[in-house]
Design a protein around this ligand. Structure first.
Ligand code: F6R
Length: 593
């Protein structure tokens, strides 16, 4: 959510191209607008553009020499998408320029109190920051701020320093002998640096070309830990795929292997032992969006296998209408980015109340990973497309292993690495079986006005995720609903322009699902049955179209079923000539509330 870059070098160079290339790596964080400010002979040269970074490439000047620059790609929160609101923002006096990710919650108050003499050109909360710095300096300004921020600021009169700060918004610094860089994701540092340092929560840093000094908000110098750049941070390449979304869906079998290999090599689950679980009476699973759907599936896996009461929560609900949380509660946080603000704040809340915590995360260096008692990596590799696909599948793999492990612990057994064998069965399956038939279903979606996804139990959760995927990248207004709920209201929407995807992986409730299908049929809706069950002619009586995916044990079926829907959403998006990697109004890694 908003990408930030800062650069300071020993010597002047033509750095515009490098800044823009670095910015492109952060485009997944927002693409409403982008901008760059270069310090050139005591003057700021600023280039800005609306829309994707390719537009900035057209207007930026590549022939200016500079040794220091900041850049930003925006996902609009405060202030609409317009030229005036593009970062970097410069103070009215013109000495400070900065880029910001986050929300300054008290900006109206600060504006009224200290900045009555300033005429603002835009509507963002950010614009107060360089103006406050003109009056109070960098550190004193930080002390005034409420809310979340990752900031990188430069001052014309201090050409050898860059100022950066973080509160609830990730920021990283890397340095070598002649260049230092700042970024809101360390993937920017790949190929340039060997090590990087995450800014600690509520801290700031003064960055020079060859050294960085870190301070906490009490102005005490601190020494945060350096990290070596790992394979994860270096893996953000699209290869020969037209879009990251397609690459990431097709990587799912590889991700399964990664999970199996990683959990075989490192017994991550071993730490969740009898002592850790002693006294735990309830498990809450918390996430947002797709990660929340993974939590719903986790809830099913754990309750069915380990028989421990579980409940999944949207992180935003968990924060503001929390259930009973105490030392007898285990909270599991599921997040691809590990930085989602609502999930992170829910984690802080649970920790305050003494709950035990587990992170099920993809980004190993993320805030959620760092702040939980135990980390269960989902090993999906870097996910760049805004839609979460392989990370969802991977969350299901890990939740499933966790459920099997909890079952053992509940039965007084020790960690048994053979639980991984349960997942190995999936290795023999073809996640994309029959996918060559997908265009038929894309056409059906394009030729109908209303799209529904229904199912029961785990298949209902698959329906929820299928519906989210489709609406996210095709902007089709679709609905997911438990099949048994249709007749309690939503059936009123069904007519001859309706297409209903029925997911069915459970033989025991097949007749119930098919009964719902007949209700839809009698209202002239069309049925697509998505299943890996063996069906009779009678079963197919009300089915207009059939998609069969690979067969596997029922408890693993949802892990296969979702790939069909992910790819269906992707192909429908392509058929509409939309960009699946950058859906409108959205950004990956939602670091604001
Ligand atoms: C959906 C999607 C979002 C994220 C949600 C949580 O495709 O990408 O719904 O799943 O914003 O993000 P993480 O998993 O990073 O916490």
């Amino acid at each position: 959510m908003c990408g930030i870059i800062g650069y300071i070098g020993q010597n002047k160079d033509f750095i515009t191209k490098q800044m823009i290339n670095s910015l492109k790596k952060l485009e997944y964080r927002g693409y409403d607008s982008s901008g760059i400010c270069l310090l050139c002979d005591s003057e700021f040269k600023v280039y800005k553009s609306l829309g994707e970074i390719k537009n900035l490439e057209q207007v930026a000047n590549y022939n200016v020499l500079s040794h220091m620059a900041i850049a930003h790609t925006r996902w609009a929160t405060h202030g609409k998408v317009c030229f005036e609101n593009i970062h970097p923002h410069t103070s009215q006096k013109g000495n400070w320029s900065l880029v910001h990710n986050g929300i300054i919650e008290n900006y109206e108050e600060l504006k009224l109190k200290y900045l009555k003499d300033v005429s603002f050109y835009g509507e963002t909360d950010t614009e107060i920051l360089p103006n406050l710095m003109e009056k109070f300096g960098f550190y004193e300004t930080l002390k005034l701020l409420k809310g979340s921020f990752g900031i990188c600021a430069i001052n014309k009169n201090e050409p050898n320093k860059m100022y950066v700060a973080r509160q609830h918004s990730p920021l990283y610094v890397a340095t070598n002998n002649n260049v230092s860089m700042v970024a809101s994701d360390p993937i920017v540092f790949a190929d340039k640096f060997e090590y990087y340092t995450p800014l600690q929560e509520q801290s700031y840093a003064v960055v020079e070309f060859n050294k960085v000094k870190f301070f906490d908000f009490n102005n005490e110098e601190i020494s945060p830990q350096k990290h070596k750049l790992g394979v994860f941070e270096k893996s953000a390449q699209k290869g020969n795929y037209p879009y990251f979304a397609e690459k990431e869906i097709k990587e799912i079998p590889r991700v399964l292997e990664n999970v199996i290999e990683n959990y075989e090599q490192t017994p991550y689950l071993e730490k969740i032992d009898y002592n850790f679980l002693k006294n735990i009476e309830k498990i809450y699973l918390i996430g947002c969006g797709t990660a929340y759907h993974a939590c719903l599936m986790g809830e099913k896996y754990i309750e069915k296998n380990a028989k421990i009461p579980c409940k999944a929560f949207y992180a935003s609900e968990f924060r503001y209408s929390p259930p009973i949380i105490n030392e007898k509660t285990l909270c599991i946080y599921s997040s691809q980015s590990g930085e989602t603000a609502d999930t992170l704040m829910s984690l802080n809340l649970a920790k305050e109340k003494g709950a035990k915590t587990i992170a099920l995360v993809n980004v190993p260096y993320s805030s959620i990973a760092k702040n939980c008692d135990i980390i269960l990596p989902i090993c999906a590799g870097m996910e760049i497309a805004v839609i979460s696909t392989k990370a969802y599948s991977s969350m299901l793999f890990v939740f499933y292993l966790l459920a099997k492990h909890l079952e053992n612990i509940k039965n007084n057994k020790k960690y048994d690495k053979n639980i991984i064998n349960n997942l190995k069965i999936l290795k023999k399956c073809n996640f994309l079986k029959n996918i060559n038939k997908i265009n038929k279903f894309v056409n059906l979606i394009n030729n109908n006005e209303k799209i529904f996804f229904i199912g029961k139990d785990e298949d209902y959760i698959t329906s929820m995720e299928a519906s989210l995927k489709l609406k996210e990248i095709t902007y089709i207004n679709c609905i997911s609903i438990p099949s048994g709920e249709l007749k309690h209201g939503t059936l009123a929407l069904v007519d001859d322009k309706s297409l209903v995807f029925v997911t069915a992986t459970n033989k025991d409730v097949l007749d119930k699902n098919l009964a719902s299908a007949s209700e839809i049929k009698s209202r002239l809706g069309k049925i697509v049955l998505v299943t890996n069950l063996t069906l009779s002619k009678q079963d197919l009586k009300n089915v207009d179209y059939l998609f069969t995916f690979d067969s596997c044990p029922m408890e693993l079926s949802s892990m296969l079923a979702i790939t069909f829907y992910q790819y269906l959403a992707y192909k429908t998006c392509i058929s509409k000539k939309l960009n699946p990697d950058k859906p409108r109004n959205l950004a990956k890694s939602v670091t604001v509330e």
